[in-house]
Design a protein around this ligand. Structure first.
Ligand code: DGL
Length: 280
């Protein structure tokens, strides 16, 4: 595929989380062609070993480039922690935008010097995260919680209800008792339960979702490299899931208020991705 044929922005996540980033990219860059990949056969990524996530992310990246991606957004903190450095080294012709918990803006924003961070155990256990804290969390106290089970609740469409509330109270109540005034959403799934998070955290806690900044970074990189899509071409979204496309259509409509074509993809026996074609 020639560079001219690569028109898309590839966006990947373990599931629907990356849609919380896609919506900001679509709003900022309405003329772009967005290619979304949800690896729902493997969601959640959080408890999986980094080597496995690394392998999945590399294959999804290869797939998205073959589908015509000119830039890849790793719209998953866990995958960015496990694989972003590797991806940048091994796909040198493709620009990448990754995600990481917004510790730097959180530390600047917090008046009390106490921040809460909600992310997956994979993110918390990574070297990338340790380096992030060492660089930017000097002088602030950080409190972490992996919100066990929250990604699964969101994937199942349980955006409210007693179990989702319980998980959030268990995570946030001790942070409130410790006096945080800033809460960082370090997993792209979590913005979909923002109203519940705000309710649990209360009006005195600022909540930081890095997705708008990520969308601006995508725009900056595309401009810098002269890769912005033509304003005369209408934007579109296409998605692939290794899960159930019908279920993802229903959930996307709920989460975003719009839908788009979703194709079934699957992992073959050799660990490569294939697209399920009708009748095959
Ligand atoms: N949405 C992802 C993240 O930002 C991954 C969640 C998961 O699959 O555990 O970390």
């Amino acid at each position: 595929m020639t560079p001219e044929q690569k028109q898309g922005i590839g966006i990947l996540d373990s599931g629907v989380g990356g849609l919380s980033v896609l919506r900001h990219i679509k709003a900022l860059l309405p003329h772009e062609y967005l290619i979304y990949f949800a690896d729902q056969a493997h969601v959640p990524y959080g408890p999986r070993p980094a080597t496995e996530i690394h392998q999945f992310s590399a294959e999804i990246t290869r797939f998205l480039i073959n589908q015509g991606s000119k830039l890849i957004v790793v719209a998953c903190n866990t995958a960015s922690a496990a694989a972003l450095t590797y991806l940048r080294t091994n796909f040198p012709d493709t620009p990448f935008v990754g995600m990481e918990p917004a510790v730097k803006p959180g530390a600047v924003y917090s008046q009390k010097g106490k921040i809460g961070i909600l992310a997956t155990e994979g993110t918390f256990g990574s070297l990338r995260y340790a380096n992030l804290l060492a660089r930017y969390a000097q002088g602030v106290i950080s409190f972490e919680d992996p919100c066990q089970g929250l990604v699964e609740q969101i994937e199942a469409g349980h955006l409210s209800g007693s179990k989702t509330e319980r998980i959030l109270h268990k995570a946030i109540d001790p942070m409130l008792a410790s006096g945080i005034d800033t809460l960082i959403l370090g997993c792209t799934h979590y913005p979909f339960v923002l109203s519940l998070i705000s309710q649990v955290a209360g009006p005195d806690v600022a909540i930081i979702d890095p997705a708008p900044a990520v969308a601006r970074q995508v725009e900056r990189l595309l401009k810098q490299r002269d890769l912005l899509g033509s304003a005369s071409v209408p934007g579109r979204v296409i998605a692939y899931t290794t899960g159930n496309p019908d279920k993802l259509t229903v959930l996307s409509e709920r989460l975003l208020g719009y839908s788009f074509p979703i194709l079934k993809s699957y992992w073959d026996k050799t660990g490569h991705l294939q697209v399920f074609l009708m009748g095959s």
